[in-house]
Design a protein around this ligand. Structure first.
Ligand code: ZN
Length: 523
């Protein structure tokens, strides 16, 4: 009897403990939301500031300096130049378990310069890079979330560690495999990634853009000679490029339908009367999973080898990027979905809708404006759904990860273009980023305060996701990050772009600094 009583008391204590914890979680969540709201000006400044920097992959110097500065000022310890990448870093706060990672991209798109709030093509600087994907808003989401979490952890003595990572050169699929190789995710228990979208949602399994790839440049080396006077003395590197491409295009007919491959000739020689001694071609080999990506890549090498044999040239290659198809964690996605539903879509006003519809009209798309409902939890995509690639895929294979799509852009934009920059330093993006920051903070609290959730996430990772397929990097041990990429392009435009960097000490918003009426639409 005494024993049973003790058991009852124990059960009661346990359940009241759980109750207290749950209540605690609810009140912490309320506190988190209020704190995110109180950071709205910072969110606006971060979105606008990074938009104005418009830096291409591997050249995110100002962006990284700015973001790490904010984190350092708030007590985060920053390690710079990680994994041999000058613009990569890790910012850490707190101590002990769990360790929650936050990642989002910071690079922009070539030739995507665009005045924000203007619903037609109107570049700030013609030909310059710009945030034609909306990566400028991601750090506003993640940094706000971690600052809020830090305040809560301090105030309530909650143990745990926060780690912030930048997605450097995501547009080149250029860095995640190297961050992993440098061991940066070894002690991380879960990663909450975010990416800008025109919707509010999350998913699990291979959820979107399910392809992975290698991005590799082949350089052929021949012998120069006078193309008319002594062609027999020359060996054309351009011939090798053309034969490689021809070989690949014939072989393409006999590849799986799931593959996608494309190339550009990056060097075709100098002038016709000189037999080109140097030429180069840049390939993307995309497939649905690691074994098939590797198979494609090896076939590419075979084509290059054969082309060099046919032409009496030699070749070298450089891996520029690689990405596993992402696979997101079901357990964390379900938790995140509840938070998305609790927060709901931002409250768009007439100006936001006017901008969205005017841009949609300009693009010849349905003029249905901004979305007003959050998405349902997205199950794994069908195996044959083609798409782009994202090198966060690699991270999702080494630690349970989810990828929040937050609503800071306009539906029906083409992606990777000036049109995708139109909303990205306007109230529309500020509101969407605020909503995203809320979900990031809430989901992190769920993980920090519920060890069971994290444990279940790892069970999914081990017993479902990686049961039959384990992570092997697509990069070889000798491959190094392509940190020289985009240097010349950025150097060409940076002096002019500098004149348009956002000065938040003088102007309330970037729109105000540029003197743009929000929204500006064609009459
Ligand atoms: Zn992106």
């Amino acid at each position: 009897m005494a024993c049973r009583l003790r058991l009852l008391v124990l059960l009661f204590t346990l359940s009241s403990l759980a109750f207290a914890q749950e209540n605690n979680l609810d009140s912490l969540k309320r506190e988190a939301l209020a704190k995110v709201e109180s950071h709205q000006q910072l969110i606006q400044q971060m979105v606008d500031q990074i938009f104005s920097y418009g830096e291409l992959g591997f050249q995110e110097v100002e962006t990284s300096k700015y973001v790490t500065g904010i984190l350092e000022k708030n007590g985060f310890k920053v390690e710079r130049g990680v994994a041999g990448i000058p613009t990569a870093w890790v910012a850490t706060y707190g101590s002990g378990k769990p360790v929650i990672g936050f990642i989002t991209d910071i690079d922009c798109i070539p030739r995507a310069s665009q005045k924000p709030g203007v619903a037609y093509h109107d570049p700030i600087i013609d030909g310059a890079p710009g945030h034609g994907e909306g990566h400028n808003s991601g750090m506003a989401v993640n940094v706000t979330a971690v600052l809020v979490l830090k305040e809560l952890m301090d105030a309530h003595k909650i143990p745990g560690t926060l780690k912030v990572f930048p997605g450097v050169a995501e547009e080149l699929l250029g860095t995640k495999a190297f961050l992993i190789r440098a061991g940066l995710f070894k002690d991380v228990d879960a990663v909450l990634g975010v990416h800008v979208a025109d919707e509010f949602g999350t998913g699990y399994g291979q959820t979107f853009a399910p392809q992975g790839l290698v991005s590799v440049q082949y350089f052929f080396h021949g012998k120069a000679s006078h193309a008319a006077g002594a062609p027999w003395d020359g060996r054309s590197a351009l011939d090798a490029v053309e034969l490689m491409d021809t070989g690949w295009n014939f072989r393409r007919e006999h590849l799986r339908l799931q593959q996608r491959s494309h190339y550009v000739i990056i060097n075709g020689g100098d002038q016709p009367n000189v037999v080109p001694s140097e030429a180069g071609v840049w390939y993307y080999f995309r497939e649905m999973d690691y074994p098939h990506i590797l198979e494609s890549y090896k076939l590419g090498d075979t084509m290059a080898q054969a082309a060099s044999m046919m032409t009496g040239t030699t070749f070298t290659k450089k891996l520029v990027g690689s990405a596993w198809p992402p696979h997101f964690n079901k357990v964390i996605a379900e938790v995140q979905q509840k938070n998305i539903e609790a927060i709901g879509m931002p409250k768009w006003d007439a100006a936001d809708q006017t901008l969205a519809k005017a841009l949609q009209k300009e693009l010849g798309k349905p003029e249905d404006g901004l979305k007003d409902k959050v998405e349902e939890l997205k199950p794994p995509s069908p195996a044959n759904e083609p798409g782009g690639s994202d090198d966060v895929g690699d991270i999702s294979w080494v630690v349970p990860m989810v990828y929040l799509r937050y609503p800071a852009n306009i539906p029906h934009t083409p992606g990777h273009s000036w049109a995708d920059g139109v909303a990205m330093a306007t109230p529309l993006a500020h509101k969407g980023s605020t909503a995203g920051a809320k979900v990031q903070a809430l989901t992190a609290l769920d993980l920090i305060l519920s060890p069971e959730t994290l444990q279940k996430a790892w069970v999914y990772y081990k017993d479902v996701q990686t049961k039959d397929l384990k992570y092997t990097p697509l990069i070889a041990p000798e491959d190094q990050p392509a940190i020289e990429m985009n240097r010349e392009k950025m150097e060409k435009f940076r002096p002019e772009m500098r004149k348009y960097y956002y000065d938040s000490s003088k102007y309330k918003t970037y729109l105000e600094q540029l003197g743009i009426q929000y929204p500006t639409v064609k009459k």
